[in-house]
Design a protein around this ligand. Structure first.
Ligand code: FAD
Length: 543
């Protein structure tokens, strides 16, 4: 492991087996004896705490022996050890950085996951959960040698309970399959990342994923009722409850968005919604991004809450039209805005009128309306295929994910354009405009000398811009290893220290997805330096 312990590391201890939410609560949050220093899993090499005595380094892992033990737990097809097959797991959707894992396993049941984590716990082996590998922040990769536990063979729908509007699935189930399983009965699952035809529900939970419809209906955490989770010591527990509201501390909420650092979700109960009676989609085109952003501001100021409100710039429009082989979007537009409105028929009719008026006031040249399912799907198809379309034109991209207040959209869009020119790198914008969640896509050709460094610097500048505008370094793609060095731009040392305490309550040994989310001294010199100066964080061991 790369990380470095700090002086007097604080440990909360996970007690033994727990099988219900109440047990999970008491076992997780019982402080260990006098918050004593815990044995560190890490090797002390970084600048974070040069004054503290170096802890015993973890002995090297005998991967051949671990593979043999995994084979005793799983069927033969559940162990991937051949070099050429391991290469398929060396990155996620963020292809800028690659690390080949030493071993990958494909469990099929909760019991197998628990046995694997007990093995990891006993042998001190770090592990990384992996769903479909579409994450965009380097979360599902083994940056330091770790067992990759992929859920791609855990794809069963376990239970459909329509009277209570819920469905329970294994974590490897693909997002769009959930809606497919219940659409015939007039239900659907609301969170719909643009990657929904490939990403897994387990990955969605870990990233607290959003999507087009999250503006009105909320992100993943608003739709997960209960989870079966295997903790890093192999304990199987339950977080949350099938009921909408219960009085205990919300550990379900703590787990959602924790990016694989607290354990592995093995069964997830999701909330289902009734399909709306009426849906309509508007497509408005503008001669500038600022005008489109102004329309977003106008629509929300009018009191309309669209189901989705998405924006695309000229680069995306050109790429999509080319990709679809049609002039689906006006070719000479500088920006298009897609607005979906849903609800009762009368409600949609009023909202349509108001939204059209606000688009025109902001300078829309045309406003096109689609009511039929087929026409709506056609308008959305371009948005949903925008990233693939750009991928055909530019071999490499770095998709940034930041948030700004909606009111800051026009200024921030202009500033991103200026940064793009300054760095000499094209930036395409396709994003969830309704909730201010930007996705600037920095386009480049890998192999151009020094380009990757410039791409990362430009990405960092865009995030600084977001923070300066009162926003955030991530809206939905998570922190992973890509943005961990920016965490202390947003959070004070005390905040980070508190987050580490929570993490340690679940995972005292630091085995689950090490090196992710938090700044590490080896990779984030600047953060580590600041941390050394802050006693509060220096007291907490960093995984
Ligand atoms: C073209 C494209 C469009 C995208 N659009 C969106 C979008 O609109 N909205 C959005 O939010 N994201 C989007 N994403 C990002 C990505 O699809 C999501 O983050 C998705 O939730 C990742 O799911 P996955 O199964 O691929 O997870 P992975 O990439 O495999 O893993 C992601 C993280 O989840 C952890 N993890 C995986 N399974 C489990 C589990 N069972 N238990 C605990 N931890 C687990 C991993 O350790 C890792 O940290 C997009 C990605 C692409 C490539």
């Amino acid at each position: 492991m790369e990380t470095c312990p700090a002086d007097g590391a604080v440990a909360l201890q996970v007690a033994g087996a727990a099988s219900s939410s109440a047990h999970a609560l008491s076992s997780l949050l019982t402080p260990g004896p006098s918050l004593a220093p815990s044995p560190s899993p890490a090797t002390a090499t970084g600048p974070i705490d040069s004054s503290s005595p170096a802890p015993a380094p973890r002995p090297p892992i005998d991967w051949v022996a671990i593979e043999r033990r995994c084979r005793a737990i799983l069927p033969a097809r559940g162990v991937v050890a051949a070099r050429q097959e391991l290469l398929a797991y060396d990155c996620d959707g963020l292809t800028l950085h690659r690390w080949e894992p030493p071993l990958v396993v494909l469990p099929e049941t909760t019991e197998q996951v628990a046995a694997l984590l007990r093995l990891c716990h006993r042998e001190g082996v770090p592990f990384v959960a992996r769903g479909s590998g579409t994450g965009l922040s380097g979360g599902a990769v083994a940056e330091t040698p770790a067992l990759v536990i992929a859920t791609t063979r855990m794809r069963k729908v376990l239970e459909i309970d329509l009277p209570n509007r819920r469905i329970t699935v294994q974590p490897g189930v693909i997002n769009s399959w959930v809606t497919r399983a219940v659409a015939g009965d007039g239900f659907y699952y609301a969170p719909d990342p643009s990657s929904q035809v490939v990403c897994s529900i387990g990955g969605n939970v870990a990233e607290n994923s959003g999507g087009v419809h999250c503006l009105k209906y909320g992100v993943t955490s608003n739709h997960v009722l209960e989870m079966e989770v295997v903790l890093p010591d192999g304990t199987i527990t339950t977080l949350g409850s099938g009921l909408a509201e219960t009085p205990e501390l919300d550990l379900r909420g703590v787990f959602i968005g924790s990016e694989g650092t607290l354990g592995i979700a093995t069964a997830i109960t999701l909330r289902l919604l009734r399909a709306p009676a009426s849906v309509a989609v508007l497509l408005a085109d503008f001669t500038s991004m600022e005008a489109a952003a102004e329309a977003v501001r106008g629509i929300t100021a009018a009191g309309i809450l669209p189901a989705g409100m998405e924006m695309m710039d000229r680069l995306c429009i050109e790429a999509v039209n080319d990709y679809l082989g049609a002039q689906e979007y006006p070719a000479d537009a500088a920006a298009v805005l897609l607005v979906e409105l849903d609800g009762h028929q009368e409600e949609v009719a009023v909202a349509l009128e108001l939204a059209t008026e606000r688009c025109r006031q902001a300078g829309a040249r045309t406003v096109r309306l689609a009511r039929e399912a087929e026409d709506r799907a056609r308008l959305w198809q371009g948005r949903k295929s925008a990233i693939s379309a750009l991928g055909r034109r530019f071999p490499s991209y770095y998709l940034q994910d930041g948030v700004v207040p909606r009111t800051a959209l026009p200024e921030v869009m202009r500033a991103i354009g200026e940064l793009s020119e300054r760095y000499g790198l094209p930036v395409a914008n396709v994003f969830h405009a309704g909730d201010g969640n930007l996705h600037p896509l920095i386009l480049y050709r890998a192999g151009d000398p020094g380009v990757e460094q410039r791409v990362q610097e430009l990405g960092a500048e865009i995030l600084r811009l977001c923070i300066a505008a009162g926003g955030s370094i991530s809206g939905e793609h998570g922190v992973g290893n890509d943005k961990r060095c920016y965490m202390d731009w947003m959070f004070a040392p005390d905040d980070l220290a508190t987050m580490q305490l929570v993490r340690r309550a679940f995972d005292p040994e630091g085995l689950a997805n090490p090196g992710k989310v938090f700044p590490t001294p080896k990779t984030c010199g600047e953060s580590a330096q600041r941390r050394r100066e802050e006693p509060a964080l220096a007291a907490v061991e960093v995984f």
